[in-house]
Design a protein around this ligand. Structure first.
Ligand SMILES: [Zn+2]
Length: 162
């Protein structure tokens, strides 16, 4: 997003508000160069998608639901609102490629995980715990191992005492 005053490319989102019906977003931005503030309005494109929940119910796809759970997972993490919006954009791109009529909720969860993996591993784990319904600690540890292999993260050998 270019600054309308100086055309500088780097602007920071300071606030983001959804409209009541959830179809548009107002963002307050500040130019990193001239520090002037401006607002943008973004219209959410209506995706003609339906979601099939694990109980078999079908409902209309709602990006705001994903955003809410993503915000929860990213709480207290060094992640900007803009990065979250970028993850959501990538999830939408992935979803548009799905050919099925009803997208299972688990598939949406996988797309979200795929797109936050590189952003923040703690947020990834928090999201995974909430959405993957791990049957056991063992299963959860396997997931951590997968990420570890993927990213080459180093872990402490002993859990730290609180
Ligand atoms: Zn500027």
């Amino acid at each position: 997003m270019k600054c309308p005053y100086c055309e500088h490319d780097d602007t920071k989102v300071s606030d983001s508000r959804d409209s009541k019906d959830g179809t548009s977003i107002k963002r307050r931005r500040q130019c990193q160069n001239c520090e002037k503030r401006f607002s943008t309005y973004e219209k959410v494109l209506k995706l003609d998608l339906e979601v099939k929940k694990s109980n078999g119910k079908v409902e209309e796809f709602n990006i705001q639901k994903i955003k809410r759970s993503l915000l929860k997972s990213c709480e207290k993490r060094p992640i900007t609102l803009e990065q979250i919006e970028n993850v959501l954009d990538s999830v939408l791109i992935d979803l548009k490629k799905v050919k099925e009529e009803h997208i299972p909720t688990q598939a949406i969860g996988k797309f979200v995980l795929k797109n936050i993996k590189d952003l923040d591993e703690i947020a990834f784990l928090k999201y995974a715990i909430v959405h993957n319904n791990y049957a056991s600690m063992n299963e959860f540890m396997k997931e951590i191992d997968k990420i570890k292999d993927f990213k080459g993260i180093t872990y402490r050998n002993k859990p730290q005492k609180k």
